[in-house]
Design a protein. Sequence first.
Length: 467
Amino acid sequence: MSEVHVVVLGGGPAGCGAAYQLRREGKAKVTLIEQSQMLGGNSGSFEVAGQFLDFGSHRLHSACDPDILKDIKQMLGDDLAHRDRHGRIRLRGKWLHFPLKTTDLLMRLDKAFAFGAAWDVIKRTLFGKDKEGDTFASVLQANLGRTICDHFYFPYSRKLWGHEPDKLSGIQAHKRVSAGSISKILKRLAKPPGAGKFYYPRKGYGQISEVYAQEGKKLGADIKMGWSASKVVQLPEGGFKIELTNKDGELQTLKADHIWSTIPVTILSKMIDPPVPSEVLAAAEKITYRSMVLVYLVLPVDQWTTTDAHYFPEANIHMTRISEPKNYFGLSEPKKTTIVCAELPCKGGDDIWNMSDEELGQLIMKDMETAELPVHQPLKVFSKRLPQAYPIYTMGYEHDLEAMDNWIDAIPNLLIYGRQGFFAHDNTHHALYMAYSAVNCLDNEGNFNHQRWLDYRKIFATHVVED
């Protein structure tokens, strides 16, 4: 029997992790297809003026599966730092440490906010918990009370997803809010996740995907960068023919026994032949993403602040977060310059999406001034745009997603997984766990254990984003 060929679509953590693990276990010939010249997807990194930058703020959390974390540590060695978190949240004009600290809350928390939150707890104790309901708003309000929701989660969610909280599904609350109850907040105060520490690579977060791809390539994986799948044809005899194109218009075709796709499921559905049924395409059109403009300011100082990331739930500040990459690994070089990255959620094609770099720089500096952060005239401003930054879980989205999922699931040897493939709110360690799980479902003869995969999917459904 000839070696089974698995083609992996997408060079993010889920794709690179699978390519490495498939080759390490010798289960398949592997070809990974990545349309850009950079690995990591939205979790990738790039270098500017001697600094490695990410597409926003990323960390590897201690919740990572121990075996996967062991692999990452072995591959990165001294290039992986274990760092204390030094984040801050601006709440009602005051800065609070993030992760939350008891002493910080007692000394700095706005008294009116503290009284309101305490009263919400008392009311819940005396009169019981409200029904959760089905919306993001009702779930969080039932569990956290009105004060925390009105002054933190609701304004933050409006900026992050561009919808009113009562228009978002309650699933979004369960997936995105790891401290989704007062008891969980108290537990986090007593024992912060990962002891308040995180892992971060020397050359930016994308180095995780890069080392997976490098090690996979050493084991025989073919990593094709700069190519994208334009058409996936189901063959009568089984398997697939994949048509590839690059930016120069060149064409290639590949045959595959299995396709493992980590690209957005909405894009995958439009490239499959025979074409998807009209009702499935209609469902795909209802699946929406929040876009993001990332604004990078090159500042003429060694270090802007000692904080790694600042968070802004307040409505009078446009950005949701601003981070300083040098602080993530604890780098002091290069001297006399640092770069900060501000995140502006938006809708593709709206006013923010279409702003020039100069306009974006002015907007961020105004936000810095409003937040009473240091303001320096930047040496340079540049931006990056992510069309599909965050899945948006509007009410009833799960029915449209299920229609797409069921149709794809019925195609033999076509697998979707990963953050984009599953339209999921997940961290990198979740995506890597999915990749390793998929490999565990493939035996040495090329048979995929679908029932085992369904069991893994029940585990994936319990994943909650670590902030």
